[in-house]
Design a binder for this molecule. Structure first.
Ligand code: NDP
Length: 309
């Protein structure tokens, strides 16, 4: 029986691991499909305190991993496929290799994944011109025209990053103002390579797996005018969905986000199960808030284990 298992390895998971291992609770971390989480796919992180010159997302997560490792966190490069939280003090986790782990406490820090749009061509052309990660795929579009769908911080961050490679970057947004922060919006509007298509939705991604993406069909939602925008790449950045499907029958959730039952703490609807980061936070979703929530979860778990005896 483990004291505590942490599911997920983003800022929330690593911070929980640092605190729990430093408290000699010998935590096990199940890393998940993307060790280090979504931040490993980001370029420069400019708003994480203590890095006045910014830091690459991958480097930030590697530093967190090393800090957790220093205090003897054990890492498992697996996925959790099922959980059974019905026995307090003996929660069971089934891994993708068939192994079953039991723990007195569990910290869930599984994050969220990019939302897709369900457009004609979107699935078929994934990795053939359709991407959810400019950091990963941007360099393939040197000198080419690309489109970014979305109007939040992620979309504009992707668009600005793509300006380093692409000849032109078209931002497709369904409204007439950005959701993104003012500073990001201004940077995008000031960039001569970026052209914003306001009040516009994509209706199809055109091309074939052989020829890759050739264009994006657009419709203006105010005028109903249709347009075919020639481009070689389509980057979709329309928000995220929490990775919480395996907890559906086990924990109380709202729109896929795990409910925290005691305001300002990390307790879920099941005693001994704690949640932190984007899987339990529809509001802030920042690396630093996820890290803070990981700290809360570790302290709450430590107190719970102390009371359990
Ligand atoms: P957001 O939810 O903030 O934005 C999603 C965007 O996608 C919105 O503009 C939304 O439009 C649009 N959208 C959603 N669904 C559809 C759809 N079906 N069709 C067309 N457009 C759609 O998600 P983000 O991933 O951008 O950001 C998540 C959080 O992470 C935010 O809090 C953000 O501030 C933060 N973040 C911070 C960064 C930074 O500080 N450097 C970088 C990246 C993210 P609409 O506006 O009309 O709802």
């Amino acid at each position: 029986m483990e004291n505590v298992i942490i599911i997920g390895s983003g800022p929330a998971g690593y911070t929980a691991a640092i605190y729990l291992s430093r408290a000699n609770l010998n935590p096990v971390m199940v890393m998940g499909a993307l060790p280090g989480g979504l931040l490993t796919q980001t370029t420069e992180v400019e708003n994480f305190p203590a890095f006045p010159d910014g830091i690459q997302g991958y480097d930030l997560m590697e530093k967190m991993r090393l800090q957790a490792e220093k205090f003897s966190t054990r890492f498992l490069f697996n996925l959790v496929e099922a959980v059974d939280f019905s026995r307090p003090g003996a929660h069971r986790l089934t891994l993708d290799n068939g192994e079953t782990l039991t723990a007195k406490a569990v910290v869930i820090a599984v994050g969220a994944k990019p939302r897709n749009l369900g457009l004609p061509g979107e699935d078929e052309l994934q990795a053939h011109g359709v991407s959810y990660c400019a950091t990963c795929d941007g360099p393939f579009y040197r000198g080419k025209a690309v489109a970014v769908i979305g109007g939040g911080d992620s979309a504009l961050e992707e668009a600005l990053f793509l300006c380093h490679f692409a000849s032109e970057v078209h931002v497709i947004h369904r409204r007439d103002s950005f959701r993104a922060s003012k500073i990001m919006a201004q940077r995008a509007l000031d960039n001569p390579k970026i052209q914003v298509h306001w009040d516009s939705v994509a209706t199809a991604i055109n091309g074939s797996r052989q020829t890759k993406v050739s264009s994006l069909s657009l419709r203006n939602v105010k005028t109903n005018a249709e347009q075919e925008l020639p481009c070689s790449g389509v980057f979709i950045a329309v928000g995220h969905i929490p990775n919480t499907a395996i907890f559906e029958q086990q924990l109380e959730m709202t729109n896929g986000y795990i409910n925290l039952v005691d305001s300002g703490r990390s307790l879920t609807s099941v005693p001994g199960v704690f949640a932190a980061g984007d899987c339990a936070d529809a509001q802030y979703r920042q690396a630093i808030t996820a890290a803070g929530m990981g700290c809360l979860a570790a302290i709450d778990a430590e107190r719970y284990l102390g009371e359990l005896g």
